[in-house]
Design a protein around this ligand. Structure first.
Ligand code: FE2
Ligand code: FE2
Length: 286
């Protein structure tokens, strides 16, 4: 693997202030089999994503920490708070999704994605820290697109238990909030556009195939893979008008522009959700 170097360092004008929040929900209680509005497809899709979080978000944390340590000493202090906020948010996400995953695994689901991702990510261990950051930035772009879609369609969770609705919307809001961090660190370390784009192409292939594979796996275990209603829901929510993949195509493409920055994509819904739902969480360290 080569070094993703090109151009000089690029320091962001302002740092992002990130609050770590503890979500006040109980995930010790069982979760309904089709917890997402009674929809087998959406449940399997969200379950698949959740299965990737404990391993994936640990990788993002490690990559951002390594990137931070690779900065010149003079710059590290400037980044310290943002990095702490990022790590705190992702650590909370992975912890709470591990609890959620333990509940859905009681339905007989098997997480094949997590172990596969762990093996794959070992290949970048010890390489230039910008590789880990480019992978993280690409995944964070995906997560930000998903978060935006989720916050724009909260009705998808209308028939779900309030604690599960809170889980997914809180995670989405915080993803939108910290979407700049890995990208800015990559830029600050002089990461090239060429490598950023190469990693985005690889991450796209891997992320989409892994999500679909785990979703199908979940549906098979659930016994709902071959129902018309499952496929209808999949089509509608991914490729139909307003569907996730359909609405995300254009903002996904924007990542390939040399002038792209995550802050160019709007995320007002994130702040709005956080301010309207402050009773659902406490601030850590506040
Ligand atoms: Fe997260
Ligand atoms: Fe994230």
């Amino acid at each position: 693997m080569g070094a993703p170097v090109l151009g000089g360092t690029n320091i962001p004008n302002s740092m992002t202030e990130l609050t770590v929040r503890r979500l006040l929900i109980d995930l010790e209680q069982p979760v309904a089999r089709h917890w997402c509005n009674g929809d087998a497809f959406l449940t399997a899709w969200f379950n698949a994503l959740s299965m990737s979080f404990p391993i994936g978000e640990q990788f993002f944390i490690d990559s951002v920490r390594r990137g931070h340590q690779s900065l010149p000493a003079a710059q590290q202090a400037r980044w310290k708070q943002e990095v702490q906020g990022f790590v705190g948010q992702e650590a909370t996400h992975r912890r709470i999704h591990a609890l959620f995953n333990a509940q859905i695994e009681k339905h007989g689901l098997v997480n094949a994605w997590g172990p596969r991702a762990r093996e794959r990510l070992k290949r970048v261990e010890g390489s230039d820290p910008r590789h880990g950051l480019a992978i993280t930035a690409a995944n964070e772009h995906f997560t930000a697109l998903f978060a935006e879609w989720m916050l724009a369609h909260p009705q998808l969770l209308d028939g779900s238990e309030p604690r599960l609705k809170a889980l997914w919307l809180w995670h989405s809001a915080e993803e939108a909030e910290h979407k700049n961090t890995a990208f800015d660190l990559y830029q600050a370390l002089g990461g090239s556009h060429e490598w950023r784009v190469k990693w985005m192409l690889r991450v796209t292939l891997i992320f989409l195939s892994d999500t679909l594979r785990q979703t199908v796996h979940n549906l098979q275990r659930d016994g709902t893979l071959w129902r018309w209603s499952t496929w209808r829901s999949g089509w509608r929510h991914l490729l139909g008008k307003g569907g996730l993949l359909r609405t995300s195509a254009r903002p996904w493409l924007a990542y390939f522009k040399p002038t792209f920055h995550p802050s160019q994509q709007h995320s007002e819904r994130s702040q709005q959700w956080l301010s309207e739902n402050s009773a659902l969480y406490t601030r850590v360290g506040a």
